[in-house]
Design a protein around this ligand. Structure first.
Ligand code: AMP
Ligand code: MG
Length: 312
């Protein structure tokens, strides 16, 4: 049984093949949808009462107490900021808004506005107090956006839920973030296409076989607009506060933790291929870059190992 629902600003699909009882499948799918709505209520920047909105509203004013879950996610986001030397930075939110990527009302901000807002982007001014789980943005006007990491975390939560409830064969696809549970019912592995972001949805450059693992892709195809022949996409380089120009079309990563893979693929996109591969190796991530000249560059796991990538 398969069902799609909207959350996290995207369509999410859940498929359960085993156990095969339809009542149970229905019940589980409803539970997943409810849980995703709750996560969205906590993390969304568009919902005025979400924990993230409360942090943003109190920027430069006061620290806000958050749930353990939100605190953990923010800590992890900051970890990736540090490791990527600021390429990943959730305080990018004011800039994402300037370009209209959040609300999908795309526009090119003028340089003056970009420069005026640049000083707001600085993960070091996101203060996380471990003792009482409070969060404080130092400057007025600062805001955070978990769009680069929350979906991966949601996939972790839902995958764990399904496995705990006894699902042995299923697939999650949350806006291109994939979790394969067990094998397919015929015993084969799940075949997941790596998309060419410049092609129509569903057309892939190659595939990866997956089982009990997660595959995350950050690419120029999720949210973008084209003006005067230039493609402006939603992954922003915090140094320029413009869509990252690193000749990368997409970065795919595979492994066991969706949250980490989500954070790292966004960071890797901004870092570009050379620095990105170096950091992936250092942190022990398997990643695959698809470059704008068609070149594919990957770490060992995609080249020959567990996640071996094959063309078509
Ligand atoms: P993803 O699709 O996981 O690469 O995440 C992209 C989303 O993360 C964007 O839509 C923004 O909401 C946010 N974002 C954009 N640039 C960055 C960045 N440099 N660091 C962290 N989050 C970002
Ligand atoms: Mg991401």
């Amino acid at each position: 049984m398969e069902k799609g629902f909207y959350a996290f600003g995207t369509m999410n699909y859940i498929r359960i093949d085993e156990p095969i009882e339809t009542d149970l499948q229905n019940e589980l799918i409803n539970e997943v949808e409810n849980l995703c709505n709750n996560l969205d209520d906590t993390f969304s920047i568009f919902k005025p009462d979400s924990e993230i909105s409360l942090i943003n509203k109190n920027a430069g004013i006061k620290a806000v107490k958050v749930s353990d879950e939100t605190f953990m996610l923010l800590e992890r986001a900051k970890f990736f900021s540090k490791k990527s030397n600021g390429a990943f930075d959730i305080t990018i939110s004011p800039i994402v808004k300037l370009w209209g990527f959040g609300e999908k009302e795309y526009k090119i901000p003028d340089q003056k506005t970009i420069i005026a807002n640049k000083r707001l982007v600085n993960y070091k001014q996101l203060i996380l107090n471990k003792n009482n789980h409070t969060v404080f943005l130092k400057r007025k006007g600062q805001s955070i956006d978990l769009g680069g990491i929350a979906k991966g975390y949601a996939v972790d939560v839902i995958s764990n839920l399904l496995v705990t409830k006894g699902v042995t064969s299923g697939l999650l696809n949350f806006g291109g973030t994939i979790s394969a549970i067990g094998r397919k019912t015929d015993g084969s592995l799940w075949k997941i296409g790596v998309q060419n972001p410049l092609d129509k949805r569903g057309i892939s450059v190659g595939k990866v076989l997956l089982r009990d693992d997660i595959l995350v892709t950050s690419g120029v195809n999720e949210r973008f607009f084209v003006k005067n022949g230039i493609r402006y996409h939603h992954i922003i380089n915090p140094k320029t506060c413009e869509p990252s120009q690193s000749k990368v079309l997409s970065v795919t990563a595979a492994g066991g933790c969706g949250m980490d893979l989500d954070g790292i693929t966004t960071a890797m996109f901004v870092l570009g291929q050379v620095k990105g591969i170096k950091l992936a190796k250092k942190l022990g991530f398997e990643v695959l870059y698809l470059m704008d000249n068609g070149e594919i560059v990957a770490t060992e796991g995609f080249a020959n190992g567990k996640y071996k990538f094959t063309f078509k």
